[in-house]
Design a protein. Structure first.
Lengths: 658, 232
């Protein structure tokens, strides 16, 4: 392993490591890390999560790609994370460029450098890492020796502020796409690299899921709104699509899953084995970017989940297993799988945990049964304090659900409960804030009622984040509440939530404000981003590094108004900066759902109730949903018999049928 | 009621593993034991932990050829098999040098620990140091006080002399010197290598830096003198 280290950088890095905090996170030789000799492959991919190791190592997507690339004999993947500030300082001082963990090689020596865009505030880190890697920031300035810079992850469906700095984006799921990409790269190399960098981008733009920003031009109206986003001449010549489409994987069971994940030395934020039980969410909460952009729901079979879990335990030595998905107990066969798994693994001291719980008694009881070995805190996310507002955002939690969930929790022995809410939601009033207060105190009352007059060991933590309008959701047109208003609402809650058993936590609204700006941003923000970074902005998601004034300065200097991006109510016929990117969800659906929201009309989960025709299942060949009212849904595999169901619940011929 | 068995191991930590701190090391060893499918006994109560007990925490940056770790198993495993199963699971830089069975109900290695043996590399100067004089000066003193941060942050004064044994200069060259030494360890009084260096600096009349720390072994006190903790 140590023999694959590029020796020239090894000495320099070893000289730095004793000077920094947690040096073990830069070693790269953890159990199950893959070390392939550099010269033994034809293409090398540096996978970069643009935050620190402990956060990046909890990202399952990165682990999946690491596995996919490394199982090819002609390719290797190595990991890169953002060095912490002390390490970065030492590196810059010693002239050590950003290096990959496994072989300690400069990232600029790789053929591809891929960034995972998990949240908007990582954007400044992306620029910082490109700079640290000694790769030219602008795509247009890169030459034949520079790696191709690619970005994927949930925020890729609106990353226009990064358009100038990224060679191409991956929209959606990359497990299958990565192979098409690498095959195409090798073919291009074999052909003598025709057309240079542009030639390669021209080749790959036809792969579904790939978006090359330089093939599209954006024009603006005098008032600042977008006039049009159009395929330009280079794009037309290359055969790029008018609207690049998000890529999804149809059958999770067919996909290889990493059963030899790397076992970190230091403690990642989620220090567990992970098995993805399903992808996508059909609940339809209107604020939720993940829920909208990972549709449709695809399940992994219970047998497969069990098999993967057992293998993971054998290969890692972890003692906690997490069943990962957006809302695990919507998972069809969850009860069987969990009880089976729990008993299988209990003897070896392995704790199964469900990070995301629905708010109802069933889920809590399930969690209790499953987490029999150890109890972590219980988290519920009602998101809004009144039924009315919950219906607006389509978070289907009734008062009854909430009360029963808490009763079940306290009966089962939980003493600590975390309640997540958002403030600044569309149509929110102070009455809704009072609702949050009421729900918090209600938890205290229920605890007393269930546990009796004994000493109250209850700890209720109310945590609020600020609503951010996200692209490709029904709320994408909604303004974010002004900063002063968000601060007022937080102060309101702080004043009202005064009880020894209740703790109130809130997120810095200034960060949420920047998040809203970037989330709804267009390409012009690229210049602002670069300025902010040059002023020293990075690790914006970290309270101690966030520099609000520097950001505002950057906006002023570029002559752009951040409030225009975050605080405007957009019109349905506005061309949105992400309009040209197709997630599969029809704009008409988003508009309909938005209107329904303003009427406080909640909707049921489309797997159990009627299809709302969002569009994500309708025009993808080979992907069908078989809906049985009141029953669980399985994706029918392509080629098997299936029936689409109309809005009225009647079987009918679906698109592409017969 | 199953028979508990305790196996005491001698563990080496070298190369890049020196950058792994103690808590991370403990976690890595625990996971290696799980991968080896060893039948570890667990503690009782709310948060069961596997019964793996380290004699002493090794400082981040230090290497060692003599860490002592006890593993308590809930059913007996022959020592040779224990080693054969656990060795391949150890991450790079960590090696199991030896293992032996010890009474399961005996005192923990941490409880028995009294002295830590080190090889330290120090650097000083310019001006060039007479290392022999520095070491000799220290050895000739009845007392030598250094300051240490107390539990509440206020500095505490510690006399280093009774906490040091067998200080020997091994080699000296070009502003660097290597010494071997035994430092008091374990619960009651203990001394850290950096504190010894602080003391020696007083005799050198200039600041000294600690360049390398290598733990040679851990010792308990027996009736006839020091006994290696691994053997006891």
């Amino acid at each position: 392993m140590e023999a694959t280290r590029a020796s020239s950088w090894r000495d320099a890095i070893e000289a730095i490591l004793p000077k920094v905090s947690k040096p073990a996170r830069y070693l790269g030789n953890e159990w199950n890390s893959v070390h392939k000799p550099w010269g033994s492959v034809r293409v090398r991919f540096a996978l970069c999560f643009p935050d620190i190791y402990e956060i990046g190592m909890s990202n399952l997507g990165g682990a999946i790609l690491y596995h996919e690339i490394n199982r090819r004999p002609d390719a290797l993947a190595e990991r890169v994370f953002a060095p912490w500030t002390d390490m970065e300082e030492e590196m810059r001082r010693a002239g050590v460029p950003l290096f990959s963990l496994e072989s300690w090689r400069p990232v600029r020596d790789f053929e591809f450098l891929g960034f995972s865009l998990q949240y908007e505030m990582l954007a400044s880190n992306v620029l910082n890492l490109l700079d640290l890697a000694c790769v030219p920031l602008q795509s247009g300035r890169r030459g034949p020796e520079d790696p191709f810079i690619v970005a994927g992850g949930p925020c890729a469906v609106n990353a226009e502020p990064l358009a100038e700095y990224i060679d191409f984006f991956v929209l959606g799921e990359a497990e299958e796409l990565i192979h098409e990409l690498l095959d195409s790269y090798l073919a291009w190399c074999d052909a003598g690299r025709p057309g240079g960098r542009g030639g390669f981008l021209g080749r790959i733009c036809a792969i579904q899921g790939i978006y090359v920003p330089s093939f599209y031009d954006v024009t603006y109206r005098p008032d600042g709104r977008i006039e049009a986003i159009r395929l330009n001449e280079a794009g037309r010549e290359a055969g790029a699509p008018e609207r690049p489409q998000r890529r999804i994987v149809r059958d999770l069971d067919k996909m290889d899953f990493p059963t030899r994940p790397i076992v970190p030395y230091t403690e990642p934020i989620f220090d567990r084995m992970m098995v993805e039980v399903f992808r996508g969410c059909s609940r339809g909460c209107r604020f939720c970017h993940a829920g909208m952009s990972y549709r449709p729901v695809r399940e992994r079979s219970p047998e497969k989940v069990k098999e993967l879990a057992r293998e993971l335990a054998r290969n890692t030595g972890h003692h906690e297993l997490s069943l990962v998905s957006l809302a695990t107990n919507d998972y069809g066969a969850v009860q069987d799988v969990l009880c089976d798994l729990a008993s299988d693994l209990a003897g070896t001291g392995i704790n199964v945990s469900l990070p995301s719980l629905r708010v109802d008694a069933y889920s809590v009881e399930l969690a209790h049964r499953v987490q029999a070995v150890r109890k972590s805190g219980l988290t519920l996310a009602p998101e809004a304090g009144t039924q009315r507002l919950r219906d607006v955002i389509n978070k289907g939690v009734s008062e009854e659900n909430y009360v029963q969930a808490l009763e079940a929790a306290f009966r089962a022995g939980w003493d600590a409960v975390k309640l997540y809410f958002m403030i600044g939601l569309p149509t929110e009033t102070d009455e809704d804030l009072e609702g949050i207060v009421r729900m918090a105190y209600q938890a205290v009352d229920i605890y007393r009622r269930v546990r009796g007059p004994k000493r109250c060991r209850l700890q209720v933590t109310v945590s609020t984040s600020s609503f951010v309008p996200k692209a490709h959701t029904p709320f994408q047109w909604e303004p974010q509440a002004p900063l002063a208003e968000l601060e007022r609402r937080q102060a309101y809650l702080k004043a009202r939530l005064r009880h020894p058993a209740i703790k109130y936590r809130w997120h810095n609204p200034k960060v949420s404000f920047l998040e809203a700006v970037l989330s709804r941003g267009d390409r012009r923000l690229g210049k602002v981003l670069e300025r902010a970074w040059r002023k020293g902005c990075k690790f914006d998601g970290w309270e101690e590094h966030f520099r609000y004034e520097a950001w505002l300065e950057a906006f002023r200097e570029e002559g752009l108004d951040p409030f225009w991006y975050a605080g405007r109510r957009l019109a349905y016929n506005d061309i949105l900066p992400w309009e040209h990117l197709d997630t599969g969800i029809r704009k008409e659906f988003l508009i309909d759902d938005h209107r329904a929201a303003l009427r406080a009309a909640g909707k049921e989960d489309c797997r159990w109730d009627r299809c709302k025709l969002c569009g994500v299942c309708l025009d993808r060949p080979g992907v069908r949903i078989r809906l049985k009212p009141g029953d669980k849904v399985r994706m029918a595999k392509p080629g098997t018999a299936s029936r689409a169901v109309s809005l009225a619940g009647e079987p009918c011929g679906g698109p592409g049928d017969g | 009621m199953k028979e508990l068995q305790t196996i005491r191991c001698l563990l080496a930590k070298n190369g890049e593993a020196r950058f792994i701190g103690h808590l991370d090391l403990a976690r890595a060893v625990e996971r290696a034991a799980r991968r080896a499918a060893l039948p570890l006994a667990h503690t009782e109560g709310f948060n069961p932990r596997p019964r793996i007990s380290f004699a002493s925490a090794l400082a981040l940056g230090a290497t060692s050829e003599g860490e002592v770790v006890d593993f308590t198993l809930r059913e007996p495993v022959p020592v040779a098999e224990f080693l054969a199963r656990l060795r391949p699971q150890m991450p790079p830089g960590l090696a199991l040098l030896a293992a032996r069975e010890v009474p399961a109900k005996g005192p923990s290695p941490a409880q028995l620990l009294r002295w830590s043996a080190y090889r330290l590399v120090l650097a000083g100067g310019p001006p060039a140091l007479d290392w022999r004089a520095v070491v000799g000066g220290f050895l000739g003193s009845d007392e030598c006080i250094v300051e240490r941060a107390g539990k509440d942050g206020r500095p505490v004064l510690v006399d280093v002399v009774p906490l040091v044994r067998d200080l020997q200069l091994l080699e000296a060259e070009d502003g660097h010197a290597a010494v071997s030494v035994l430092l008091r360890a374990g619960g009651q009084d203990n001394l850290r290598p950096a504190e010894l260096v602080q003391a020696l600096a007083a005799f050198a009349g200039q600041p000294l830096t600690l360049k390398a720390v290598h733990r040679l072994g851990l010792f308990a006190e027996g009736p006839q003198g020091l006994v290696p903790l691994f053997e006891i």
